[in-house]
Write a protein that binds this ligand. Structure first.
Ligand code: 8GP
Length: 823
């Protein structure tokens, strides 16, 4: 490979080099002086300084990638929940200590400047955070990879509480400038919508073209994805929408300035805001526009690069594995067909063979209502050519179904990509199942339920397509960065190889029996709690006691995740303390920490948030109860908060109804940081428990087959209420207005929903959960035993590194190999 520009050396990797570069950035880019600079100036100069160390690696990676015939992974995702960038860039470039020292020399504090970064909240929850972990792992494992997504101007809303109720505020994360992105306006792509199609016959061959109605421009912004100390910097390319110049000009020429601005606004709306949904689709036209917009731009980008590098489109499957992160990017399948057939002139069958080989699909849910469908009416209006392509894909697929299974019209109707009822609609998960080589779930149980239930017909049709890849989390962010104390202890014990090979944590196993190691482990946990105390005090004005057990439930607010079950436990403890059934002096003292955002349109979730806050206020305000338990619910839980909260936790709450949580990844982060889990047999909990051992995990609740059997026989939640006096007391207390200033109506919808519907079987699992919590208390009293289990949780959960997940994807789905960066 030849570099055409002479290599520009990075600043020297020492304190002097760093300081010089920092002052340069402050002076020439920020245009200020040390004395005059605001905190934001100082942060931006720091970010740019760190970036400059990674820049030539980035260039080298990109140049090499262009020319190399290696297969690349292109991860298509509507969400990348990145978290703060500075810290990660510091550790990836080996600059952490140098920067701290250099800044100190200038009278600045690294910690203070790091806190100035606003995290890009370009995702809702698990799915988006997983994408961020995956691209980190791919870079660290030296895999040529690119992430493609959307640069939302407003990410996930900022949550505040007013009278305990969630209020959403816009997340204007770009306000102070974003030093981590580089715009590439010269690489913008025109993306079209609407219009109609025309078919002509040339030399006896039918050719269809799409005559779109309107277009927008997709402007790419590149983000660095640095590998950990390995010289590779991959790219995350996020697209932003702009009005086309032609559109502007035409209107300007008519002298209608206002109309031109409106057109601009209309176009830019496409990437204005992240849909604040998690696990439920929202049938909004704008959302389909977003999906097509980023997918079409990304495919165009990749395909043109392949062609520019001199490769043939017939070899596209050797060049790329496009991974579809859930159904949001699935419109890529008909789009690639359109590109290959309509634009590049390939025959349909040829194009279909290529397309199927290029794509693989990951499903992240089990809730039927979360599987995206798009009304045929909308799809035909917005993407008429794609609708035709989908029809043809469906026709040919259903022919194959008939050929394989005979003329079972019920089956054909069930498997059709087009649903007929309640309205004609495109089932995106089905399109994904048909148009890909592989389909994976995200934990063993989830993948099995996908095969047996959600996509069972497809599994019968093409069993070889189905596979599992259990999720993982990046140890760089969630251990090395988030938990410096534990990281140092681990490194002291077993060396630092674990940061890029987390299976090495198993070498910690013998230390679980070492009393001195356990003592230091506890000391670190205690230090992490102190950090959390400071954070909650400064950020939220919340006081917590670091000498209590920290019992944490953080995740999106959803009924299936069952924050309500946790609330029932809190209320039960409140009741027992108040009635004297337990003694506040001798019981185990706990702090219950919640963190959760509810989708703004999800009413019941918002009621549950209000209930948690109201119960919290009552508990914390009661002079007797608050001696033994306290509730903390900091608003606006995000990646940054997680990084302080997770390392401080003693107990991790993973209490979804079995069969509903696809995997969970928070569960992995907690276990890796030495929290014990109280959990159901659901998602990745199953694998966590198998690995850490029953004795180091508090299992409770129905299994998935048990829960399904009860549902089939006719679940009657009120029968649990009638038969269980403890449960009755708890529900009656909530219904009595105890937590709503005597107003019985406030939480009536929650109570009556539990008694009469309880879709996620909170009441059925109540007693089992209470029993598990008793076991937790008993065990916690024995701090030696507890910390032994905690150390074993760390030692036995190296499997949950996203590096391992990536290796599984590479082996089972992508078949791509590492390419070290030269030089
Ligand atoms: C989440 C799952 O709920 C979680 O169990 C899993 O760990 C995570 O994905 C990563 O695999 N699913 C979603 O976030 C999800 O389905 N979101 C889309 C529906 C919007």
């Amino acid at each position: 490979m030849t570099e055409t520009t002479p290599l520009i050396a990075s600043p020297e990797l020492n304190v002097e080099g760093f300081t010089r570069q920092y002052l340069r950035e402050l002076t020439y880019t920020q245009g200020t002086t040390l004395e005059r600079a605001s905190t934001n100036d100082k942060y931006l100069a720091l970010a740019r300084t760190v970036r400059s160390y990674l820049m030539s690696r980035w260039n080298r990676t990109v140049t090499q990638q262009y020319h190399e015939p290696a297969r690349a992974v292109a991860y298509l995702s509507a969400e990348f929940l990145l978290g703060r960038q500075l810290d990660n860039a510091l550790i990836a470039s080996g600059l952490e200590e140098i920067a701290a020292e250099g800044l100190a020399g200038l009278g600045l504090s690294l910690d203070e400047l790091r806190a100035a970064e606003v995290e890009p909240g370009l995702g809702n929850g698990g799915l988006g955070r997983l994408a961020a972990c995956f691209i980190d792992s791919l870079a660290t494992m030296n895999i040529p990879a690119i992430g493609y997504g959307i640069r939302y101007e407003f990410g996930i809303f900022r949550q505040t509480f007013v009278d305990g109720r969630q209020v959403e505020e816009p997340d204007n994360w770009l306000d102070n400038g974003s030093p981590w992105e580089i715009a590439r306006p010269e690489q913008e792509v025109e993306i079209s919508f609407g219009g109609h199609t025309e078919t002509t016959t040339v030399d006896g061959v039918e050719k269809t073209t799409w005559v779109p109605g309107w277009s927008v421009l997709a402007l790419p912004y590149n983000y660095m994805v640095p590998g950990y100390l390995n010289g590779r910097v991959n790219t995350l390319r996020l697209w932003s929408a702009r009005a086309t110049h032609a559109f502007d000009l035409k209107i300007f020429n008519y002298g209608d300035y206002a109309e031109a601005v409106r057109a601009q606004t209309f176009a830019e709306n496409i990437t204005k805001v992240l849909y604040p949904e998690d696990s439920t689709p929202q049938g909004k036209e704008l959302r389909l526009q977003q999906q097509y917009f980023f997918v079409a731009a990304s495919l165009h980008d990749f395909v043109e690069r392949v062609l520019e590098a001199g490769f043939d489109l017939h070899d596209l499957p050797e060049r790329v594995a496009f991974q579809l992160n859930d159904t949001h990017p699935v419109i890529a399948i008909p789009e690639l067909m359109r590109v290959l057939v309509d634009l590049k002139g390939l025959a349909w069958d040829e194009a279909w063979a290529i397309t199927q080989k290029c794509f693989a699909y990951t499903c992240h849910t089990l809730l039927p209502e979360a599987l995206e469908v798009w009304p045929v009416e909308l799809m035909s209006r917005l993407l008429p050519r794609h609708m035709e392509i989908i029809y043809r894909i469906n026709d040919e697929f259903l022919e194959q179904v008939r050929a394989k299974f005979g003329n079972d019209e019920m089956l054909v109707r069930r498997m059709s990509i087009i649903a007929e009822y309640p309205e004609r609609a495109v089932r995106m998960a089905y399109l994904a199942s048909v148009g890909t080589t592989k389909i994976n779930g995200v934990a063993e149980l989830h993948s099995q339920l996908l095969r047996d239930k959600v996509l069972n017909d497809f599994a019968a049709f093409a069993p070889e397509k189905f596979t599992n890849v259990t999720n993982g989390v990046t140890p760089r962010r969630f251990v090395r960065l988030a938990n410096p104390g534990l990281s140092a202890l681990i490194t002291e014990a077993i060396g630092d190889g674990w940061v890029t090979d987390l299976s090495r944590l198993s070498e910690l196993e013998p230390f679980a029996d070492d009393a001195e190691f356990r003592r230091r482990f506890r000391e670190i946990k205690r230090g992490n709690k102190d950090r959390l105390v400071t954070l909650l005090k400064n950020r939220d004005g919340i006081d917590i006691d670091p000498d209590t057990m920290l019992d944490v439930m953080v995740k999106r607010l959803h009924e299936y995740k069952r924050q309500l079950l946790k609330v029932l436990h809190v209320v039960s403890q409140y009741d027992r303390l108040k009635s004297g059934a337990i003694d506040p002096a001798t019981t185990v003292h706990r702090t219950f920490v919640f963190g959760a955002k509810a989708a703004p349109g999800y009413q019941m979730a918002k009621e549950i948030i209000a209930l948690i806050n109201h119960v919290g206020a009552r508990v914390n305000g009661d002079p007797v109860v608050s001696q033994a338990l306290r509730v903390a619910f900091p608003a606006n839980y995000n990646v940054t908060v997680a990084e302080t909260l997770v390392p401080a936790a003693d107990l991790s709450e993973q209490i979804s109804l079995a069969g509903k949580e696809a995997s969970g990844t928070g569960n992995m982060k907690f276990a890796l940081n030495g929290a014990l889990t109280v959990g159901t047999d659901d998602g990745a909990n199953v694998e966590i428990r198998q690995l850490v051992g029953d004795e180091n995990f508090f299992l409770f609740g129905l299994t998935e087959p048990e829960a399904s059997a009860i549902q089939e026989a006719g679940y009657r939640p009120s029968s649990y209420y009638e038969q269980n006096p403890d449960l009755r007391r708890v529900l009656d207390l909530i219904a009595s207005g105890e937590f709503s200033g005597g107003d019985r109506s406030v939480f009536e919808p929650i109570v009556s929903n539990l008694l009469h519907e309880d879709r996620f079987m909170v009441l059925a699992d109540f007693q089992s959960y209470m029993d598990a919590q008793e076991r937790v208390d008993t065990y916690y009293r024995d701090q030696e035993a507890w910390s032994r289990s905690a150390v074993l949780n760390v030692a036995r959960t190296g499997f949950f590194s996203s590096d391992r997940s990536m290796q599984d994807y590479l082996d089972r789905i992508w078949h791509a190999s590492p390419v070290p960066i030269e030089g």
